[in-house]
Design a protein around this ligand. Structure first.
Ligand code: NDP
Length: 497
């Protein structure tokens, strides 16, 4: 751990405080190895403090009218606009993706904050006619209480915003545990809400490891809802833990996203989109395109174009304006990616480009992996089934539309998919038959917008959605209300005269 590094604190009950134990952990730039600062390596006792603060803040926040809660969230959006560049630069330094993408990450949080703050004046329920005369019937959304939020490092502002802003507008209070690769960005994001005037205790952040902080948060009896994004392995473990006590958990997990390329596709467009979907964020997106299912009539042509473009991608520090692809987040991820490349070779796939660590010059200081494309990939190979989470994509040849859709759906995951075709009938049939939460036509697998539901089928999730108005269902409970103003007993289902 570097001596003299800048130190940061948790935010609990409106105060910046260290871990009770005094322990710290380091945040490091994956492009350069530079130490960025020290943050609390918190433990269950800090989680206890944060949950208590959130529970104490809940009654007043719940009673604050939703339009007034939303005013604070609109101000948070304005603070994000003002600090966009600063946050983007810090994000690039902390997790590596290039500046254009980290600006996009902050922009997503801005969009989400404006969009969901607007719900402060809606949060619509509905009225319904009662079976009885002189009886009103309607339903409203009610908050649940303390929400525990656990997020990954690949979208360290956008993903927390998808969860924190809707949780708050619904009237819940929050304890947030950011990923240990991106604690600084998490702390700066929370600062935004402090500047916006959020009352003490409504939003708290505790940095520290998944085991020790994350699990203590999930297990805490006063945490009523957990919202998690990350690996399927961790997510399903947490879901088991929550199921034992009947706790609600919203899970956003892995993906093995695929694009279908039909013989009539615009191959130039498909190449642009697939390079972006496979290698943007160094392939570390839950929606990254890691399977390209291409009709045999155009496979050779598409493969040539993809390889040509992949070779030209410039690796480097994401702060440099001419960098296309930054580092992966850590040495552990780098090793994992390289192991998968070995698996692909052993399985008999043909490596067209990439397949090695990039170490020339300054790249040697960071965790860089060359954009990698495999050809002759069988749909059941491990590299076609398991989430690699790096700059690696597979080409799978197919003979028909039907077999392409079958291969696409043969996955434990169901997040995002796309089809490139000029045939409207094929496009519409793909929309019908693809079993994923997101389908694109003539677009890559990445690029979700905040006002539509985001999430996936099968082992990608557990039925919840983020984004859109659907996210409000994660953070609120429906309350049905009956007001009888007849002045007499009226028995539903029984008094029918
Ligand atoms: P994890 O699922 O382990 O981490 C995600 C979040 O969960 C982090 O905040 C992490 O904390 C936390 N966490 C870890 N263990 C626990 C626990 N026992 N209880 C509560 N919280 C916990 O993913 P990793 O970052 O370790 O990445 C591993 C793999 O997961 C990647 O290679 C990729 O395949 C997949 N992944 C997928 C993502 C997606 O968007 N689909 C996002 C991130 C990862 P901490 O950071 O302190 O460990």
């Amino acid at each position: 751990m570097s001596a003299g590094a800048e130190t940061f604190k948790n935010y609990i009950n409106g105060r910046w405080v260290g871990a009770r134990s005094g322990a710290m952990m380091e945040s490091v730039n994956p492009a350069t190895g530079e130490a960025l600062g020290l943050v609390p390596r918190s433990g269950p006792e800090d989680v206890e403090d944060a949950v208590r603060a959130a529970a104490e803040a809940f009654p007043a926040w719940r009673r604050t009218p939703a339009p007034r809660r939303a005013e604070i969230l609109f101000r948070a959006a304005e603070r994000l606009v003002a600090r966009k560049e600063e946050l983007a630069r810090l994000m690039t330094r902390e997790m590596g993706k290039v500046l254009a993408e980290t600006r996009g990450d902050v922009q997503e949080a801005i969009d989400m904050s404006y969009f969901i703050a607007g719900e402060g004046r809606r949060l619509h329920g509905y009225t319904a006619p009662s079976e009885m005369p002189q009886k009103a019937a309607y339903c409203v959304r009610a908050p649940l209480g303390v929400v525990g939020i656990i997020t990954p490092w690949n979208f360290p502002v956008a993903i927390p915003s998808w969860k924190i802003v809707p949780a708050l507008v619904c009237g819940n209070t929050v304890v947030f545990k950011p990923a240990s690769y991106t604690p600084l960005v998490g702390l700066k994001f929370v600062e935004i809400f402090e500047e916006a005037g959020l009352p003490p205790g409504a939003l708290n952040i505790v940095t520290g490891p998944g085991q020790g902080v994350g699990d203590a948060l999930v297990a805490h009896p006063q945490v009523r809802v957990v919202s998690f994004t990350g690996s399927t392995e961790t997510g399903l473990r947490l879901a088991e833990q929550c199921a034992r006590v009947g706790k609600r958990i919203s899970l956003e997990m892995g993906g093995k996203n695929a694009a279908i390329v039909m013989p009539d596709a615009d191959l130039g467009l498909a190449t642009d989109a697939l390079i972006w979907s496979a290698f943007g964020t160094s392939g570390q997106r839950c929606t990254a395109c890691s399977r390209i299912i291409v009709h045999k009539a155009v496979k050779a042509d598409l493969a040539d174009q993809l390889v040509e473009r992949a070779k030209r991608l410039r690796l480097g520090d994401g702060l440099e304006p001419d960098t296309d692809v930054g580092p992966v987040v850590s040495g552990a991820q780098l090793d994992r990616i390289h192991q998968y490349v070995q698996v692909g070779r052993q399985e008999g796939a043909r490596l067209l480009v990439g397949g090695s660590r990039a170490q020339e010059g300054a790249l040697g200081r960071g965790y860089f992996y060359t954009p990698t494309i495999f050809d002759r990939v069988g749909p059941r190979m491990r590299i076609a089934q398991e989430e690699i989470f790096g700059p690696v994509t597979d080409i799978i040849e197919t003979e028909s539309f039907e077999s392409a859709v079958t291969v696409l759906n043969e996955s434990r995951y169901g997040l995002s998919a796309s089809i490139f075709t000029r045939d409207i009938n094929a496009a519409m049939r793909a929309i019908d038959d693809i079993d994923t939460g997101i389908v694109y036509v003539n677009h890559g697998t990445i690029g979700a917008e905040v006002h539509l539901p985001f999430g996936g089928t099968k082992e990608t999730g557990n039925g919840h959605r983020e984004g859109g108005l659907q996210v409000l269902d994660v953070f609120s409970e429906w309350k049905a209300v009956y007001v009888d103003y007849s002045g007499r007993l009226q028995r539903a289902q029984i008094d029918r005269e």
